[in-house]
Design a protein around this ligand. Structure first.
Ligand code: EPU
Length: 473
């Protein structure tokens, strides 16, 4: 996509360093990646969304279930996928990234490649260990637990621990696998699961519709002896995607997209070719950005039904939303009206769009009550939003946001993928420049975010800035 905007020099004068150049090893000299945006922006145009990170990662793990070569297309070109490729390589798989098929329409219009295909060649006997070095970089590598236990009867995966959005339990993964006959233990920071005689089917009731636990248990159950029922299963489009891929590999799963999954185990699966479902969180990010900047954006690449609750919120805020096939358009002509948001498992409002909902509330007319029900640390980034002038009070899992006409550009720090994207979008509604640092987080989930922003008319630049040591107590 082309545009005629001239990108002025957004370079922010270098900050004086407290130490001289050459003091190698001083944290002040470690540069961090930053994205700078000029505020008072209005997003207009079209953007195509490629495959979902949170599906592609699990589809790559699911390939482990069948020896031979599986091909997954519409895989986003992001850091997390590269790390997952490394996880699979260390398990003995051949992993080759190539051009996507079909090619991302943005590439056809002269843009950079944002999606790829990945060919995964799985050996007869894959490895059974994922070490901390990789798991700490990619929490989702825990999703090799189910497929490796099913294939090898033994698996040792580093415990991922919590992260910047809160504590991230594994109890439901573990309890479900134990019901299927696995013996689970933990030592030296690893989760070890053993089922030397193979797994058997079981009736499993999840305490909460956990996405990761549902995926791990489905991947374990497809090769188990007998039938498994998972009640209170997650219903996300990414769950439907992995079940579709597994069924095309020869699995017998019924009920994908509902709260009850019935799985009849089969002795073996075959490799497959599968296209990843579109990324509803990236699409939702653009939808909120359009509304916040009183813009007009068309998003293609996914079924808008996956964003129904989020798009309804934008209508309640005064936006015009049109949906058609695999596309939707969001237009906002006036200042948005405040709306309350409650995050819930799908089909509820996605927790990964919470930073965007706070951004919208921060520039809306009136007060919004935002309630987070999935992650206990999701509001941690609110302090950074407040540096942009947002009026936010948090109490437990609630945030009260009083909207103001404009935010005020400032240097802020991305703490996780979605917070980073939310801060960049909020910067579009601020006076002056906003510099978001530590944007490697954003690279984990948004393929070429800067190019997409630019295509939609934003004055944006990517660069580096010296990391200041954080000395505050
Ligand atoms: N939980 C437990 N015990 C478990 C499993 C989960 O207590 O055994 C808790 C978690 O601690 C959390 C809640 O249940 O509080 C939800 O966890 P869930 O398992 O549903 O989430 P996840 O599989 O760890 C995925 C996405 C997240 C997304 C959530 C919710 C991936 C790789 N990650 O995480 O995406 O927020 O589902 O939709 O699929 C992101 O992309 O930025 C991201 C964080």
């Amino acid at each position: 996509m082309t545009h005629s905007l001239r990108i002025p020099d957004l370079t922010i004068p270098a900050r004086p360093s407290p130490v001289g150049p050459g003091d190698a090893g001083d944290p002040a000299l470690n540069d961090v990646d930053v994205i700078r945006v000029r505020g008072d922006a209005r997003l207009a145009g079209a953007v195509h969304v490629v495959g979902a990170k949170n599906s592609a990662l699990k589809l790559m793990a699911a390939a482990l279930l069948a020896p031979g070569r599986s091909l997954i297309t519409n895989v986003p070109r992001i850091t997390d996928i590269a790390i997952m490729g490394e996880v699979l390589r260390r398990l003995g798989c051949g992993v080759r990234f190539g051009p996507d098929d079909p090619v991302d329409p943005m590439v056809a219009h002269g843009g950079v490649e944002r999606s790829r295909s990945v060919l995964i060649d799985v050996p007869e006997r894959p490895g059974a260990e994922a070490d901390y070095d990789l798991v700490r970089r990619l929490r989702a590598s825990i999703c090799v637990l189910g497929p490796l236990l099913a294939r090898r009867g033994y698996v040792r995966v580093a415990h991922p621990g919590g992260d910047a959005i809160g504590s991230r339990g594994l109890d439901m993964h573990i309890a479900g696998l134990a019901r299927m006959g696995a013996e689970i233990s933990g030592e030296h920071g690893f989760v070890i699961a053993e089922a030397p005689d193979g797994l058997h089917g079981a009736d499993i009731l999840l305490d909460f519709p956990s996405v990761g636990a549902t995926e791990n248990l489905v991947m374990a159950a497809v090769l188990a002896r007998g039938a498994t029922t998972i009640d209170n299963a997650a219903r996300e489009p990414e769950i439907v995607d992995i079940c579709t891929m597994l069924n095309n590999m020869g699995a017998r799963i019924e009920g994908a997209g509902t709260s009850t999954l019935h799985i009849v185990g089969v002795p073996e699966l075959r490799p497959v070719r599968h296209a990843t479902v579109g990324d509803r969180i990236v699409a939702g990010t653009w939808a909120f950005a359009a509304a916040m900047t009183r813009g007009d954006v068309t998003v293609t690449g996914l079924d808008p039904a996956y964003l129904e609750v989020a798009l309804d919120k934008l209508v309640a805020a005064g936006g015009l939303v049109e949906t058609r096939g695999d596309a939707f358009r969001v237009r906002m002509d006036d200042r948005p009206r405040a709306v309350d948001v409650v995050t819930l498992p799908y089909p509820g409002f996605a927790t990964d769009l919470l930073p965007m909902a706070i951004g919208l509330a921060a520039v809306s007319e009136g007060g919004s009550l935002i309630t987070e029900n999935i992650f206990d640390g999701r509001f941690m980034f609110a302090n950074e939003m407040m540096r942009l002038g947002a009026e936010i009070r948090t109490d437990g899992h609630h945030a009260l946001v009083c909207g103001r006409e404009r935010l005020s550009g400032a240097p802020v720090r991305a703490t996780d993928i979605r917070a980073g994207a939310g801060l960049i979008i909020a910067g579009l509604c601020a006076d002056g420049l906003t510099e978001v640092s530590h944007v490697h987080h954003v690279d984990r989930g948004y393929p070429d975010f800067v190019a997409d922003l630019r295509a939609l008319g934003v004055e944006v630049e990517r660069g580096t800035a010296p990391e200041e040591p954080d000395l505050a107590i």
